[in-house]
Design a protein around this ligand. Sequence first.
Ligand code: BGC
Length: 811
Amino acid sequence: MKYGHFDDNRREYVITNPRTPWPWINYLGNEDFFSLVSNTGGGYSFYKDAKFRRITRYRYNNVPMDSGGKYFYINDGESVWSPGWKPCKTELDSYECRHGMNYSTIKGVKNGVEAEALYFVPLKTWAEVQKLTLRNTTNEVKKLKIFSFVEWCLWNAATDMENFQRNFSTGEVEIEDSVIYHKTEYKERRDHFAYYSVNEPMQGFDTDRETFFGLYNGFDEPQTVLEGAPRNSEAHGWSPIASHYVEVTLQPGESKDLVYVLGYVENAQDDKWESKNIINKTKAKATIARFDTAEKVDVALEELKAYWDKLLNVFTVKTSEEKLDRMVNIWNQYQCMITFCFSRSASFFESGIGRGMGFRDSNQDLVGFVHQIPERARERIIDIASTQFPDGGCYHQYQPLTKKGNNEIGQGFNDDPMWLILGTTAYIKESGDFTILDEPVPFDNEAGSEVSLFHHLTVSFDHVVNNLGPLGLPLSGRADWNDCLNLNCFSNDPNESFQTTENKSEGSQAQSLMIAGLFVVYGRDYVELCKTIGNFAEAERAQKHIDAMVEAIKLNGWDGDWFIRAYDYFGNKIGSKENEEGKIFIESNGWCTMAGIGLEEGMVAKALDSVKERLDCEHGIVLNNPPFTKYYIEYGEISSYPPGYKENAGIFCHNNPWIIIGETVQGRGDRAWEYFRKICPSYTEEISELHKVEPYVYAQMIAGKDAFKPGEAKNSWLTGTAAWNYYAITQYILGIQPTYTGLRIEPCIAPEWKGFQVTRKFRGATYEIEVRNPNGAMKGVSSILVDGKRIEGNIIPLMPAGASCKVEVLM
Ligand code: BGC
């Protein structure tokens, strides 16, 4: 069952039934000010950091789900309703939500009145702008009472939820003209406040939550709205909110726009006050003035759309598969941009409190957006590398506001350092900017400790070399990519976190074949980079370590039909025939096949066939099989999940592309394509009822074949799945790969594909690429013509910036 449809021309997903199986959300803003908005108007806003600068409040895991948000209540004399159906839940005559690129519109029609709320964060603006358009479609005069609503969060989203003995006494607001200012704690150490304005004189307002709702009422029945009369309440402590009351009279056929601005301001310490206890509102007023008419709002929305046109025009594809094209051209790229902005911090599954920017996550995300915004990728790489330690180890996460390593989450995840090589080489291949390697970058953000970024890559590489176990394989440390395979944890205390409890690695033999494969893949990238910049001695040194790793994998990592997953603390195999549960895992088989280890000897094909046989199912490839059915103290969190979920045999969509890429190494385009489709959201749109989460973005996990409800997805939006699938489809299936010297063309497609076209902007030039596959090949390019001239090999040389060329590829 579907709950809407794609509108590709407008780059929107159109939801036509508000009762989606889960809130289907969108993200507004992509630089400093951010909002999450659900299809019924739920969600919240923050400035830069979802934990420390939470502007509006949100309650997770609420009943009903997704309660609280940016609401408009309409009292038309007959009914009280909201354009998004919720929170009033008054049955609407029609409903439509359109989620677009960083904007959403929610439209409801009731009793002949159409109300459409547009939400977006204009470019370079610290505010969310909302335009409420009211239209009278009847022949009678309509008198409408419009109440807006947001609930302020007391800034720190964590303490906001727990420290009520203080919170209930600190709230402060100011009301001036049609603007409600939230200034809690501004008097003391904060230099920031928030505001909510409307571009009309208001006939009343409320800022005290209990006065607005009545103590015994929920979001669906605010007392003031039901009575049609605001109380003009001024919050002192308790829970401050902002609600404007505006009366609108509409003649038959008439329409009217109200513009609301929800903004954030920072003032310099010596510029905080206008007069005693009266905040300096200059900046707020300037922003409000920028959007005080509907026309100005429309212009800002057009600018946002033009910005997205530009981002999405860097790579466009045309195939015979509409569902594929809309993912590659629109939604997958959009999701990559969102994961760039948020890492794993704020979604409807991530509270915005627990996790900051992940070291490994952010580096992987980079391959999904670097072509869109290379400058910001550059900045991100420097930020990430600045949290590294001199020995190459790193904090697992850092806080976006301070950009400092987050010690609460700890360190010692031994795959982390290698991802920096991926992030950096991906950036240079895209941009050609080798100067980043000379950039001085500190360790642990300590001024004076700066070394070149290239040196950071060297210590990343050496972190693996210096942490090898008895079998010559990488020690896994706290965990490798699989955060939940905690081989040195031995936790028997339910009150401690698997991620941060003591890492008992002394004398441990826990070694990871996933890191081993990763090391070979990105180690080779490191070698190629060294050679490209003329550092041949370093290339040679590194190559020796890679060769040794390949040998160690063949010797100690092969189980006969697939690659072993790991060795545990005691040196016992994990992911082997010898195991009763967890005989085979996806990660090591993904990375070792991507690395092409044993390709000639048939190991790659064999490993991939074992994956097909044992891990593949209707909804995707599960992480391991058979699932763990009891708690293994020596494996940690992975065995804490019920079978079929998350890291215990769930379909962890992040790593399905590793197998897809592995299949392209083997040249099996049919398998790669089959796997790609299984987890691709536009292909699962038809089963939205089962799938539950948004059909326009990837989810981190789909319940696996051993789960209670296979096919049910969770953790949509913020997942490395976005970048990895984009990377797999564009660079390995369509096969358009940026390299240091040009664009490599190496498609690996399903034999029934007759061809496809790609327009790729690369280092300032435009490449119009047409691939033809008349003979039903899966891989292998037989000739390439650039502007009619045949080239040697499959790398199209760089064109001068501004130029464009026609590339004809015959498979
Ligand atoms: C984390 C990743 C991790 C993955 C697998 C995700 O939630 O963000 O860093 O690799 O889980 O455990």
